[in-house]
Design a protein around this ligand. Structure first.
Ligand code: GLC
Length: 398
């Protein structure tokens, strides 16, 4: 992914939103097929205004939107010629993807497309080699992954020819069938596109999901885009979602991005087409922190100096000659002490507040070695108690 465009909004939206349960309500609540599929006739998102979504993402500092064109239920959110199981055959009857693509274009937002390999509606959608097949159609007793793949190919071609430039392509649920010709077609239709690793070939980038705890690793070795939702029970709209804390989300974003990854933060618009206030508020609060970082999470390289930091742990990156110390899990006191550092800093700034911090060479008695106080670069006056909801990032110009 390009260095400047690393923070995006994931949007899971389909007629499942009318249930207010989850994007996989059909399988997870074991609804009968007729009951579930009939819900499409109740899908009339009259409040859908994609410009509002785009502006919310933009306000939060996000550079792209990744939209679920078809989730596991097989329902298509664009004007596909391949099936009647689409938005065009709901009471709403409009190409919501086209409307979103136009809104993105108008506001300079990049557009990425999500497409599920499992398909619980298509007669040949069943793939015994893969997962998430619980509600796939098997009653006609036939499995034809080749015929299904041709359907996928025709649909993906529609998606990549009808909606302008596409930034990334997000296959979901690896089919465990190798067919490089699909990604080849994607690249032919959209030169420069980035493709994830959940499709019919390895693709360009990895996709860790939900929790990601770096072990010893401080940098991703492969292009990576992590994804998470604002709530822990669902990706689609959930009426009583258990929302993650601000601290949890900002910590996760800072860790992934400082390690060189991109980040997709998901919301699920409701059955009327709105990103409801409880969801939007989370995006705004994360965005408030993200914007204070002034883009230091993007466009960086690792800082290879062998810093030694007392008591706290940081991932250190570099951008435009300045170093950024990401204290992902916070700082335990109001100061930071560096034992190894290249030279005296020209300036030190706390990104969270934008304010300068004092830094001096100090002898610190508690860090004595052989009974003698040692000298450290001592950065002081960090208002840690005011910043307990977010990771702390310090900028140093050497
Ligand atoms: C998981 C969920 C799926 C969601 C995806 C997003 O695979 O099961 O519903 O679309 O994550 O990455």
């Amino acid at each position: 992914m390009t260095h400047e465009n690393k923070f995006g909004m994931f949007i899971h939206w389909g007629f499942y939103a009318v249930t207010g349960v989850q994007e996989q309500v059909y399988a997870r609540m074991d609804l009968p097929r007729e009951e579930y599929e009939a819900l499409m006739h109740k899908f009339d998102p009259v409040k859908y205004d994609p410009e509002k979504w785009v502006l919310l993402a933009k306000e939060a500092g996000m550079k792209y939107i990744c939209f679920t064109t078809k989730h596991h239920d097989g329902f298509c959110m664009w004007d596909t010629k391949e099936t009647d199981y689409s938005i065009m055959h709901t009471p709403y009857g409009k190409d919501v993807l086209k409307m979103l693509a136009d809104a993105c274009q108008k506001h300079g937002m990049l557009l990425s497309l999500y497409y599920s390999c499992p398909d619980w509606h298509h007669p040949y959608g069943y793939n015994p080699a893969s997962t998430h097949q619980w509600k796939a159609v098997t009653e006609n007793g036939s499995i034809d992954t080749v015929a299904y793949r041709e359907y996928v190919r025709r649909q993906v071609r529609e998606l990549l020819t009808g909606y302008g430039p596409i930034y990334t392509f997000f296959w979901d649920i690896p089919p465990k069938i190798k067919d490089p010709s699909l990604n080849e077609m994607i690249r032919e239709l959209q030169p420069g596109i980035f493709i994830n690793d959940r499709g019919y070939d390895v693709g360009d980038f990895s996709t860790p999901e939900r929790e990601y705890k770096a072990a010893e690793e401080e940098r991703f070795t492969r292009m990576t885009e992590a994804c998470n939702s604002v709530g822990e029970q669902s990706w689609g709209y959930r009426a009583n979602e258990d929302f993650y804390s601000l601290r949890h989300l900002t910590t996760s974003i800072d860790r992934i991005m400082a390690m060189g990854g991109s980040y997709l933060l998901n919301v699920g618009p409701d059955g009327l087409g709105e990103i409801t206030e409880d969801y939007a508020a989370r995006i705004r609060r994360v965005g408030d922190w993200y914007n204070r970082m002034e883009g230091c999470l993007e466009c960086h390289e690792p800082d290879d100096f062998n810093y030694k930091i007392k008591a706290n742990k940081a991932i250190v990156t570099k951008k435009n000659g300045k170093s950024y110390f990401h204290f992902v899990d916070g700082i335990r006191s109001s100061s930071v002490a560096l034992q190894f550092f290249p030279t005296l800093p020209k300036s030190v700034r706390l990104m969270n507040t934008g304010k300068p911090l004092s830094a001096a060479i100090d002898k610190l008695p508690e860090y004595a070695s052989n009974g003698r106080a040692q000298k450290f670069l001592h950065i002081t006056g960090i208002p840690v108690d005011d910043l307990s909801n977010e990771p702390i990032v310090i900028e140093i110009e050497w």
